[in-house]
Design a protein. Structure first.
Length: 506
């Protein structure tokens, strides 16, 4: 199908527009339309996988239509092995959000569903944009619905968390916009052609001093989004105050927009600056891995513990990217997907028990494996997936990242490996405190077990945890040619930079 990307992109928007005409009192119908629309979007995205050709490194399923042709701006969509599974992750987690929150969202359900549908479309747009301005529009569009989700349906300090999230992310984005404008004008100056096409801008050759400035502008925007230490302070507040659905999408997909941006833009646009500043990014990622794990270990709040674990786990992804070799980058892309599945599941399950007990404090629990056996089983699987147990998805991603990183950055890889040990410590401690031991609080004796809709939301996540853990090549083989092409682009850019220096020295 020639326009499968557009169909996948615009289906959630069409459903959101349709819901505008629904009366606010039609709660079940609104939730039903939201769920059906998200499931239809997932089915449409399966067409992307079906039409994706293995062995091809560049963008596929391209759709290009003039948007503002006099400036070289097009409505251009495409997908490659780097973005394919991130699109699928987005379309998978959105129906998971609607299923998990079916019985818990009572305030403004219509606006809640519309916000998530718009957010889904914007995140898909980020991953399939082949035009730099179109990418930026979708990148910014994700902010507003998430701001509303935190600010309207969040906890007691939701306004503070929402504003902090918005200000952090938009500050970095505005600097990136200036960088985008410079790239386009520089390309026009050098070639006489005005274009925002990402693939064409890859061929732009910039001196190191200019690359360094632009690298800073783009890298800051993406580092805030990841978030990379020490720019992570907005994340725990946003997670703790967000409703369960907001935390699932924020951790599952939105943070990956940062790591994806590093791969799609920073490495190929600024290859010399990437080589120069890779040690700095690796150092920050390793600090984030250890720091996030240590801070997670001492959290008394379950949700905050999982939030800080995200800082640690995303540090692995950044480490893999800036190790700058095939194995580590493939591991990083796979780990982005793994983190979305595992941490999304953990946030979902923390939300399940919070809705029943209205507390997330570890001290308020103990022994609930007896009263919630199905819930406890699903939590154990998700926890082991996050820890990186062999046979589950987390192990494959972390193994590839550490193996690849050890080739180029052995010290960083050794230190980062302690993050795996620390993850086992703080997550096993969480499970021990919540599920085992005697029941000391009478309220824990009669907690209802996980409901049908919550089980339905968890089942696909558990299946993927096992599938990726047992047979990761299903996912890896589609990304390999694209990663090879990315590394070739980076190396060619560095060679061109060396040629420019040699020419200038004559």
């Amino acid at each position: 199908m020639n326009n499968v990307l557009s169909i996948t992109l615009w289906l959630p928007i069409a459903a959101a527009v349709l819901l505008l005409f629904f009366p606010k009192t039609a709660t079940s119908a609104i939730k039903g339309v939201g769920l059906l629309a998200s499931l239809a979007t997932f089915v449409a995205s399966l067409g992307i996988v079906n039409g994706f050709r293995e062995g091809v490194g560049g963008l596929q399923l391209l759709e290009v239509q003039p948007w503002i042709p006099q400036w070289g701006i097009n409505y251009a969509l495409g997908v490659d092995g780097i973005s394919l599974w991130l699109v699928m992750l987005t379309t998978l987690l959105t129906p998971v959000v609607f299923l998990s929150s079916w019985n818990t969202i009572h305030k403004h359900p219509k606006e809640y569903v519309i916000a998530f549908l718009v957010m889904e479309a914007a995140m898909i747009g980020v991953f399939v944009s082949a035009d730099l301005l179109l990418f930026y529009v979708f990148f910014e569009l994700t902010l507003l619905p998430m701001y509303l989700v935190i600010g309207v349906w969040g906890g007691a300090n939701r306004i503070y968390a929402a504003i902090k999230f918005f200000l952090f992310t938009i500050a970095g984005s505005l600097l990136m916009l200036l960088g985008i404008i410079y790239l386009v004008f520089r390309h026009y100056h050098d070639t006489g052609v005005s274009t925002f096409a990402i693939q064409q801008l890859y061929g732009l050759h910039l001196p190191l001093n200019i690359q360094a400035v632009l690298f800073g502008a783009f890298a800051l925007a993406f580092a805030i989004k990841v978030p990379l230490f020490p720019l992570h302070t907005w994340l725990p507040d946003a997670h703790v105050e967000a409703p369960t659905g907001g935390s699932i999408i924020l951790a599952g997909v939105m943070l990956k927009m940062g790591t994806y941006g590093f791969l799609r833009f920073v490495l190929p646009f600024f290859p010399d600056a990437t080589k120069k500043y890779a040690p700095l990014l690796i150092a920050l990622s390793v600090i984030g891995i250890v720091y996030g794990a240590l801070v997670a270990w001492v959290q008394p709040d379950m949700k905050k513990l999982v939030a800080y674990s995200s800082v640690s786990h995303l540090g692995f992804c950044v480490l893999g990217i800036f190790a700058l070799n095939q194995t580590a980058i493939e591991g990083s892309i796979l780990q982005m997907v793994n983190h979305g599945i595992s941490t999304g599941a953990l946030f979902l399950l923390v939300g399940v028990v919070y809705e029943r007990r209205h507390t997330r404090m570890l001290a308020d629990y103990g022994g609930i494996a007896r009263t919630m056996p199905v819930f406890a089983t699903l939590f154990m699987i998700s926890m082991l997936s996050s820890v990186g147990l062999p046979g589950l998805n987390g192990f494959v991603g972390e193994f590839l990242i550490l193996t690849g990183s050890f080739r180029t950055q052995p010290r960083a890889a050794v230190i980062a490996a302690t993050g795996v040990i620390l993850a086992a410590i703080y997550l096993l401690w969480l499970v021990q405190k919540v599920f085992f031991g005697p029941i000391t609080n009478d309220e824990n004796r009669s907690i209802p077990d996980i409901a049908w809709n919550e089980v339905a939301a968890m089942v696909p996540l558990v299946i993927l945890m096992i599938w990726i853990g047992v047979y990761p090549n299903t996912f890896l083989r589609k990304m390999t040619p694209s990663v090879e092409q990315l590394l070739t682009t980076v190396e060619q850019g560095r060679e061109n930079g060396r040629a420019m220096l040699a020419e200038a020295g004559r």
